[in-house]
Design a protein around this ligand. Structure first.
Ligand code: COA
Length: 342
């Protein structure tokens, strides 16, 4: 490992040479594009409103027989192939999602079956749009503790299945997709240097899908009153998002004793262009450091950071040895930031 221009916070925590790197990433988005012009035909909105308020131009929508586990399995297959890892080498699969195929069993178990990872343990993690960063942190704990050698972390969503297509406040924002990362110890790199996570359950009502759980079990009444749809108080979420992502990112940079200028590529949760610009501005980041793809996919929740990371890597925006900052916020509220030596 070469001499680093940053501090590895994990090194002082007794991990002694063990690292957790992202060996490879992969992603999958459905074929079908839903443009702002398409939405103009179904709700009272306009391309101009959506683009100026969010930056989104189109999103991908899964087919009626294409489920979260399908998108996840395809993203995983690409990541595994790029990493040169076979399905039987996977020790653990973590799927971050708020749109599992069903209430239970876990979507991770369905993915395990679809990719043939017979040896792998599997579970889902729910931290909404922060899910991929939360899952990276959980997955790396198993690598760093030498419990497992190969962990597959996936963020996957079919948000089109919980969006109210009559509600212009929300339906223009979301899309479907999946991204996957293969985690392994790699002696030549520091890998995941730190992950900062946070939550505020006091703001749980700002984004939620209230129906279908033990609080409001599914009934005629919950269906009629739209409780199985995603609900959101957009303005309040906006304010919390900027503060939460800045706080998490600043803490992550502080722990690694680096300045934002040392970051080669910032991968923010792709929810809203204005949120991303405000956060980048507060962090003192240059626009060219920030990777954006929300105009093509909208907000894909747990998949968003994973898909963007994959695209940034495939486009050559991230090379081995570069410092990368991931950051996200979402329902819970939850938030997180991670610094990686790629
Ligand atoms: N098309 C046209 N008008 C719309 C609209 C749409 N798709 N959606 C809402 N409007 C209207 C509202 O009804 C409101 O009209 P009114 O003033 O007559 O009541 C008006 O536009 C302004 O709404 P406002 O809420 O002030 O807009 P905004 O600037 O806050 O932007 C969001 C709305 C949702 C884009 C913005 O708040 C946001 O992005 N919030 C964060 C959401 C998010 O990221 N959620 C995911 C978290 S992971």
């Amino acid at each position: 490992m070469k001499t680093a221009k940053f501090k590895n916070p994990r090194a002082s925590h007794g991990f002694q040479g063990r690292t957790c790197s992202i060996a490879a990433v992969g992603s999958c988005v459905p074929e079908r594009r839903l443009t702002n012009a398409d939405l103009e035909k179904s709700v009272d909105t306009s391309d101009e409103w959506i683009v100026t308020r969010t930056g989104i131009r189109e999103r991908r929508i899964a087919g009626p027989q294409e489920y979260t586990s399908d998108l996840a399995a395809k993203a995983a297959a690409t990541a595994l192939q790029r990493a040169g890892v076979t399905a039987d080498q996977i020790d653990l699969i973590i799927v971050a999602t708020i749109t599992p195929d069903m209430g239970f069993p876990a979507t991770a178990c369905l993915v395990q079956q679809k990719i043939g990872a017979k040896r792998a343990a599997a579970f889902d993690l729910e931290a909404a749009c922060s899910g991929f960063i939360y899952a990276l942190e959980v997955g790396q704990q198993f690598i760093m503790s030498c419990t497992y050698n190969t962990v597959l972390v996936i963020g996957a969503e079919k948000l089109s299945s919980i969006v109210n297509w009559q509600d212009r406040n929300t339906c223009v924002l979301f899309g479907d997709g999946a991204g996957a990362a293969v985690l392994q110890h790699r002696p030549s790199a520091h890998g995941l240097l730190t992950v900062c996570m946070g939550a505020d359950g006091g703001k749980a009502s700002l984004i939620s899908m209230p129906g279908g759980g033990s609080l409001h079990p599914a009934s005629m009444q919950t269906v009629v009153s739209g409780m199985h749809f995603l609900r959101m108080e957009g303005k309040e979420v906006f304010k919390s998002a900027v503060t939460a992502m800045c706080t998490a990112a600043e803490e992550a940079l502080r722990r690694c004793e680096i300045d934002v200028s040392q970051i080669k590529c910032i991968i923010p949760h792709q929810a809203n262009r204005r949120i991303i610009d405000a956060v980048a501005d507060r962090l003192g980041a240059k626009p060219e450091q920030v990777f954006l793809n929300l105009e093509k996919y909208g907000n894909t929740s747990a998949a968003s950071v994973a898909i963007a990371l994959d695209e940034a890597v495939q486009l050559g925006r991230i090379q081995r040895g570069d410092l990368v900052l991931l950051m996200a916020f979402g329902a819970g509220l939850t938030w997180g930031a991670a610094v990686i030596e790629w």
